[in-house]
Ligand binder design. Structure first.
Ligand code: NAD
Length: 371
């Protein structure tokens, strides 16, 4: 099989998830290329060396600039905080690499547009990692909607709730710094819900809502008495209008005590409804208006006919969070082979960022803002 040499930048949460995906994909699916896990990059030599060993990379490096400049690398996989997405992605595009980037695409709309321009000008393949599109139950929801089973879509109700910031003692990590993360719950959580809304319902054209920061300073580090400002939102609430006439609400927060990774949506149409909850990710609830005794039924999305499932286990043998990344890199490999641009890509990232940008404006103006 043809080999494709991968370089991954960033070795913590997403670095680990993407490493696992690159390692598994050609063991479970027929892939057009065998990904070779060439080099993982991070700034702390000791830690990146350990990550290379644990995750199965051939080499480690401490300079992303040197990695991007390497002739033998085909794909640059960006798993760093938002402040480095733009420089790495633009350099990678200019070096004619395939660019695979974690969400949100960038910290600002201007940065996102520059990244899109770079991949288009250099005619390289690009993909954005909104991995939840590739939960089998979500991909099945997409099929059901496209088949017209729900009829005309009226409502999208997306919530992405976590609770890891409820304690005021939690330190001011990079996700709480605007200069590093761009925004708070907005870019981190709402961007996923916006991606699912765009994927399943359509383009969002107008936004109103608010951003709220509940705790405005936190310990600089764990246990530290030195306080540091929090300049991003803790919660983001949106009312949205879609171009096709549907309306929606989207809520993202890290202050929903008890909610760990509650990424849920409900879609209501003229003929039925769908409900998905990531914490029960192998299930999809479907309601179809079928007469007096119709009600919600739960589909266990583990049949070999369901999207992506045939690569894994016999029916009923559930899969988990990490599989969504394997499905994402599978589709990236297929797109590279077909010389196609997979979705979501940097164009989706820009459109997503426009929605986030409109909410930031709406939160200030307290009015509806056009996307
Ligand atoms: N798709 C998802 O569901 C999902 C989930 C979590 C995070 N993310 C996204 O993934 C990205 C990374 O988040 P994370 O949770 O993995 O963060 P993290 O803090 O766990 O890891 C970030 C990594 O980037 C490295 N890094 C930071 N700046 C760097 C630089 N200039 N050069 C090289 N390495 C650098 C850090 O050393 C660390 O290894 C963010 O964009 C985040 O929004 C996506």
């Amino acid at each position: 099989m043809k080999k494709l040499n991968i370089a991954l930048i960033g070795y913590r949460f997403m670095g680990k998830a993407h490493s696992n995906a690159w390692r598994q994909v050609s063991h479970f699916f027929d892939t057009p290329f065998e990904p070779a896990m060439k080099v993982i990059c991070g700034r702390n030599e000791q830690e990146v060396q350990r990550a290379a060993h644990n995750y199965g990379w051939e080499e480690y490096a401490t300079s992303w600039e040197e990695v991007v400049a390497r002739k033998d690398i085909d794909v640059i996989d960006i798993c760093t905080p938002g402040d480095s997405h733009m420089p790495v992605a633009i350099a990678a595009a200019e070096a004619k690499k395939v660019v695979f980037c974690e969400k949100p695409l960038a910290n600002t709309l201007t940065q996102a547009e520059a990244m899109l321009d770079a991949v288009q000008t250099n005619r390289v393949t690009h993909m954005l990692c909104h991995n939840y599109r590739r939960v089998p139950a979500v991909a099945l929801a997409k099929q059901i909607i496209e088949e017209g089973q729900l009829g005309q879509i009226y409502h999208y109700r997306g919530t992405y709730l976590q609770d890891w910031l409820v304690s005021p003692d939690f330190p001011r990590v990079w996700r709480l710094e605007k200069v590093r993360a761009g925004s708070g719950a907005l870019g981190d959580l709402v961007s996923h819900s916006v991606d699912l809304a765009r994927y399943l319902v359509g383009e969002i054209t107008e936004v109103s809502g608010l951003l709220k920061t509940f705790i405005t300073e936190r310990p600089l580090e764990k246990g530290s008495r030195t306080m540091a400002p929090v300049d991003v939102d803790d919660a983001a609430l949106l009312l949205v209008k879609f171009g096709n006439g549907a309306v929606g609400t989207i809520e993202g927060t890290r202050f929903a005590a008890g909610r760990k990774n509650h990424n849920r949506f409900e879609i209501n149409g003229s003929k039925g409804s769908l409900v998905f909850d990531l914490e029960r990710m192998n299930e999809l609830e479907l309601y179809l208006e079928e007469g007096p005794n119709s009600g919600f039924r739960k589909i266990l999305v583990t049949d070999p006919t369901h999207p992506y499932v045939s690569g894994w286990w016999p029916r009923g043998h559930i899969i988990g969070y990490e599989h969504t990344f394997t499905h994402t890199v599978l589709d990236l490999l297929k797109a590279i082979d077909e010389q196609a641009i997979p979705a979501p890509n940097f164009e989706d990232g820009v459109r997503n960022q426009r929605v986030l940008d409109a909410l930031e404006r709406a939160s200030g103006s307290q009015r509806w803002e056009r996307v």
